[in-house]
Design a protein around this ligand. Structure first.
Ligand SMILES: Cc1ncc(COP(=O)(O)O)c(C=O)c1O
Length: 484
């Protein structure tokens, strides 16, 4: 048969070889910037915008020049989470293997919806999840999925709790059907991360229906108060415990919380988005006792597992509730009746359909460095935090506000003969001046309604000399502010 004549197509505008560039050479200056001071430089948005070409992109710029443009812009106006003196918020340092791993992820560009779309990716992700499940002491049949971050993972874990609480009808009938007489509530400590509140909003539960449990002196959930709440509340969806709170690094008493949840047949979700990385250390692992009894656990790879952004593990003890909620079969993506490994679908147990090959950076790092070695780095962070706490205790002009339970501590410059208002003002100023000097960064926070200096150490490059340097800066700046 003679084929029909080919229509007059415009010539293809070929992109296949439009990015020939030596990647390692291109990013070398960025790699070299990672430990450079200042960590951050104050900026006006207009000054930053002036470094970025905002004109409509007609094309034709050379990749080399564009790389230089961004390299120069980030050097001029940096925010180096990578710097060993970065002690703010909970920002990941990234690992040396990450640039290569993330380049591989982009080149492969596989979609981790499930095995059909990425046989190798699915196998790698399941392998990584198994290692992490083992660290948490989860049973063999547990399952998990890597999502974009702790906020989404927390929400998906809590959604699965709804599926268990209200059963198969929840999916069809929605929350309204189960909240006619008594609103569903979530119990978590006052110190829980705000992603729990936002999840409650997105899940239609509402922030009024979060019962905030009081904390003890070390900011851990009070068991007696949780017990009271579990007895009083009729329609509890789940208890959310924290294994490492954001502000002070507190670990809730997980074993006792798990026992209460079992007694009341309530789902236990553990937010270990920050603290999870500590499980890599055999020495630190006992601090998390009870986590193995949770129904779901969240651990961010992009926090204390040192990984570059972004990846977060959501682990389910029994993924059947999640599957009941998220399962979909459509004309174009028909779910097979079989449940063999070849039919495995990550998107049946979590809200994301298309997903990056998030497990690859972690797989490379874990195999290359080993979990024990990464764990020793986490432990070193804890030792640095404890060392800093000791240095603070030894100084009369300083007050330790929250001792480290993991790698976060809070303290304050507190010379005698100043009133609280002056102390608060001086501490805020110390923090700002340290940022301006550029070698260290602490983020602003308040503990018991007053500003404190908060230090979070999750960078594998941080050493004792960095915490000593930070303390010297605090004292030098504090004393000079006193004189002025
Ligand atoms: C304890 C805790 N949970 C959840 C989150 C939210 O994680 P993400 O920023 O990855 O969404 C954070 C963020 O700092 C956190 O500290």
């Amino acid at each position: 048969m003679i084929p029909p004549p080919r229509p007059q197509l415009a010539p293809a505008d070929d992109l296949t070889r439009a990015a020939d560039i030596d990647i390692s050479k291109a990013i070398a200056p960025l790699i070299e910037q990672r430990y450079r001071s200042p960590i951050v430089r104050p900026s006006r948005a207009a000054d930053v915008a002036a470094l970025i070409d905002e004109s409509f992109p007609e094309g034709g710029d050379s990749l080399e020049q564009l790389v230089t443009q961004i390299t120069n812009a980030t050097d001029q106006y940096p925010r180096r989470n990578t710097h060993p003196g970065f002690f703010g918020w909970i920002a990941p340092s990234g690992l040396p293997s990450d640039p290569l791993a993330h380049a591989m992820v982009s080149v492969l560009n596989e979609n981790l919806g499930g095995y059909w779309a990425s046989p190798v990716g699915t196998t790698v992700e399941k392998t990584v999840i198994r290692w992490l499940a083992d660290l948490a002491g989860f049973p063999r049949q547990s399952e998990g999925v890597l999502l974009s971050g702790g906020s989404i993972s927390n929400m998906a874990g809590m959604a699965s709790a709804l599926a268990k609480r209200f059963g198969p009808e929840y999916r069809e009938k929605g929350l309204g059907a189960f909240s006619k007489t008594t609103p569903p509530v979530i119990l978590c400590s006052r110190a829980a991360h705000f992603s729990i509140r936002r999840a409650a909003v997105m899940l239609g539960i509402g922030t009024d229906n979060i019962i905030a449990i009081d904390t003890d002196d070390a900011f851990r959930m009070r068991i007696d108060r949780l017990d009271d709440a579990l007895r009083q509340q009729q329609n509890v969806v789940c208890v959310v415990a924290s294994a490492g709170t954001t502000n002070t690094g507190a670990i809730d008493p997980l074993e006792e919380i798990a026992a209460l949840c079992q007694a009341h047949d309530v789902w236990l979700h553990v937010d270990a988005a920050y603290g999870g990385g500590g499980l890599m250390s055999a020495e630190l692992r006992p601090r998390y006792r009870g986590i193995e009894q949770a129904d779901s656990v969240v651990m961010d790879m992009h926090k204390w597992f040192f990984q570059s952004l972004g990846g977060s593990l959501l682990l389910y003890r029994d993924a059947s509730w999640a599957r009941q909620l998220f399962f979909e079969s459509s004309d174009y993506l028909h779910a097979a009746a079989e449940s063999t490994p070849e039919h495995y679908m990550f998107f049946h147990i979590a809200p994301e359909l298309s997903r990056r090959f998030r497990a690859l950076p972690f797989y490379l790092a874990m195999r290359c460095y080993g979990i024990a070695r990464l764990g020793r780095n986490a432990l070193h962070n804890v030792h640095c935090a404890e060392y800093l706490a000791d240095l603070v205790r030894q100084q009369d002009e300083l007050e330790l506000i929250v001792a480290p339970q993991l790698s976060i501590l809070c303290f304050r410059f507190k010379p005698a003969a100043l009133d609280n208002a002056e102390i608060d003002r001086i501490n805020s100023e110390i923090r700002d001046q340290i940022q301006l000097e550029g070698d260290y960064l602490m983020s602003a926070t308040r503990v018991r309604e007053r500003p404190v200096l908060r230090v979070c150490i999750i960078n594998h490059a941080t050493r004792a000399e960095h915490v000593e340097g930070l303390l010297e800066s605090v004292l030098r700046i504090g004393r000079s502010l006193l004189k002025s």
